[in-house]
Design a protein around this ligand. Structure first.
Ligand code: AMP
Length: 426
C-alpha cells in the first residue's frame, strides 16, 4: 500500500521554517497592537452563502476555488477562502456598530482555495488580515497601507512596490464598464476564452488576465481613474496625497482590479520581485458594499491580507535574517542508567528556573549523548554520574569555552545563570 502523503497544495511547515513563521506572526501582532487593532479569532468554516454573496458569485474564488461540502445536517459549508467576509459577519453579528467607530480588527490563520499549486501558491495558505470597519474616511485607507508596509519594514524587507487603483463605486463603475466594453469589443475575438466569458459578466477582470496576448490587447485600455465620480475621485486624491505625505511611494496601476467583487474605491497590492509570477505579498482595499451584500446595513470598511508563505519566501529571497532559530540551552546527560531519574529532576529544575533543557530517554552512552548535545548547539551540558550523585554535585560544561566545573547540586542553577549572564556561552 502506498504511504499517505499530504494533499496536493498543502505542506508541512517543519521546524527549520516554522520558527520563522512565529517571528513573522509576532511582528504582525506587534504592528496590530501599535496601530490599535484588536484580535478576533474566527471560525475556519462558514455558511457557503457568506462567501457567495459577499465575495460574489461571478468571481474565480466562488466559482472555482472554494472547498464546499454538505455537513451531516445537510448545511452547505465552506472552508474560508479569505477573512474579510467573516470579519464583516462577525462585526454585524456582534453589533459592533453600537460602539465607537471604526472598529479595527485583525486575525491570522489558514485559508483554503482550490487553485493550481505552484511556488507561492497553495491550496491551504496562511493570511494575516487587518480590517478597519465603520468609516468612509480616506485616512483609514491610508493607515491600512501604512500598517501593511510597517509589518514589512519591521521584518527588514526592501524593494517592495505598492500598486494602487480605484475601482470606483456603483455610481461610476457602470460608466467605466461601458467604456471598457467599448474598447474591448473589437479586440475580443483575439482574446482567450476566459476573457471572452468575462466580457459580459465582469469585463474589469479581463484587465487582470495574465496571458501575454490578452495583456498586449488591453495595454491601452482606458483606466478606471479617468471615469471616477466626484466622490470617488476626491477619495482617491486624498489617499494619494496622504501616501505622499508619509513618504510612501505608490504606483497607480489601472489594471489592478483584484479578484473579489466587494472592492469599492481603493484597491491596492504590494509586490515583491523575488516571488516570480505569484508576486503579491499583500492585497487589500475598500469594501463599502460588503455588509449590505451579506444582509446587513450599509457599513464601509477597508483592509488588507498578507500571505505568510510569500512573506517568508521574500525574506529568504532577499537574504533577510530573522535572527537564529531558537535552540535548547542545556543538555542534561545521565552518565549511567542509575542517574537517569536524577537527570530528569535536574532538567525539571532548570526549566522551572526559566532555562531550556533537554535530555536523553533511551539510556545511550555518554559519548552519544555528548554528540546530541553538540548537534543541538547547546551552551551548557550538565553531567550527572554515579560519582556526582554520591557527592551531591553536578558537572557543568561550558560548551563555548570548553571549561568544566563541578558545582554542588543546590548551586547548579545559580552557576549556570551566572555563566549565562556573563555572556561566556555559545
Ligand atoms: P487575496 O485574498 O487574494 O487578496 O490575497 C491576499 C494575499 O494572500 C496575497 O497577496 C498573497 O500574499 C496571499 N495569497 C492569496 N492566495 C494565495 C495562495 N493560493 N497561496 C499562497 N498565498 C496566497
Amino acid at each position: 500500500m502506498d504511504s499517505i502523503k499530504a494533499p496536493r497544495g498543502t505542506r508541512d511547515i517543519l521546524g527549520e521554517e516554522s520558527w520563522k513563521w512565529a517571528r513573522v506572526l509576532s511582528v504582525c501582532r506587534e504592528v496590530a497592537e501599535d496601530f490599535g487593532y484588536r484580535e478576533v479569532i474566527l471560525p475556519i468554516f462558514e455558511h457557503t452563502e457568506l462567501f457567495s454573496r459577499g465575495i460574489g458569485d461571478a468571481t474565480d474564488v466562488v466559482e472555482k476555488e472554494m472547498y464546499t461540502f454538505l455537513d451531516r445536517g445537510d448545511r452547505s459549508i465552506t472552508l474560508r477562502p479569505e477573512l474579510t467576509a467573516s470579519m464583516m459577519r462577525s462585526y454585524l453579528e456582534h453589533d459592533m456598530r453600537r460602539g465607537p467607530q471604526p472598529v479595527k480588527l485583525w486575525s491570522a490563520g489558514p485559508m483554503f482555495r482550490y487553485e493550481r499549486p505552484q511556488k507561492g501558491r497553495y491550496r491551504q495558505f496562511t493570511q494575516v488580515d487587518f480590517e478597519v470597519i465603520g468609516v468612509m474616511s480616506p485616512l483609514a485607507d491610508l493607515e491600512s497601507i501604512d500598517a501593511a508596509m510597517e509589518i514589512y519594514r519591521r521584518l527588514g524587507l526592501t524593494n517592495l512596490e505598492v500598486l494602487i487603483n480605484s475601482v470606483g463605486c456603483p455610481a461610476c463603475r457602470p460608466v467605466y464598464r461601458d467604456a471598457l466594453r467599448g474598447y474591448l469589443a473589437e479586440r475580443l475575438g483575439d482574446m482567450c476564452e476566459t476573457c471572452q466569458a468575462r466580457f459580459s459578466r465582469n469585463p474589469l477582470r479581463i484587465l487582470d488576465c495574465k496571458k501575454p496576448d490578452c495583456k498586449a490587447l488591453t495595454e491601452d485600455a482606458p483606466g478606471m481613474t479617468g471615469s471616477l465620480c466626484a466622490e470617488c475621485g476626491a477619495h482617491f486624491g486624498q489617499v494619494m496625497s496622504g501616501l505622499a505625505g508619509i513618504g510612501a511611494a505608490a504606483r497607480v496601476d489601472n489594471r489592478l482590479v483584484r479578484g473579489l467583487d466587494y472592492y469599492t474605491k481603493t484597491a491596492f497590492e504590494v509586490l515583491a520581485g523575488e516571488l516570480g509570477s505569484q508576486n503579491a505579498v499583500c492585497g487589500g482595499g475598500r469594501y463599502d458594499n460588503l455588509a449590505e451584500s451579506i444582509g446587513g446595513p450599509h457599513v464601509p470598511g477597508v483592509g488588507f491580507a498578507s500571505g505568510i508563505e510569500r512573506v517568508v519566501l521574500t525574506l529568504e529571497g532577499q537574504g533577510v535574517s530573522l535572527g537564529d532559530e531558537p535552540r535548547t540551552e542545556i543538555y542534561v546527560i545521565a552518565a549511567s542508567g542509575e542517574t537517569a531519574m536524577e537527570a530528569a529532576s535536574i532538567a525539571h529544575e532548570l526549566r522551572v528556573a526559566g532555562l531550556s533543557a533537554d535530555m536523553d530517554f533511551t539510556g545511550r552512552g555518554i559519548k552519544a549523548q555528548m554528540k546530541t548535545a553538540s548537534s543541538l548547539g547547546v551552551s551548557f551540558v550538565c553531567i550527572i554520574g554515579d560519582d556526582e550523585l554520591n557527592a551531591g554535585t553536578v558537572s557543568i560544561k561550558n560548551m563555548a569555552s570548553g571549561e568544566q566545573i563541578s558545582a554542588p547540586r543546590g548551586e547548579m542553577t545559580k552557576r549556570i545563570l551566572a555563566w549565562k549572564e556573563s555572556g561566556i556561552n555559545a
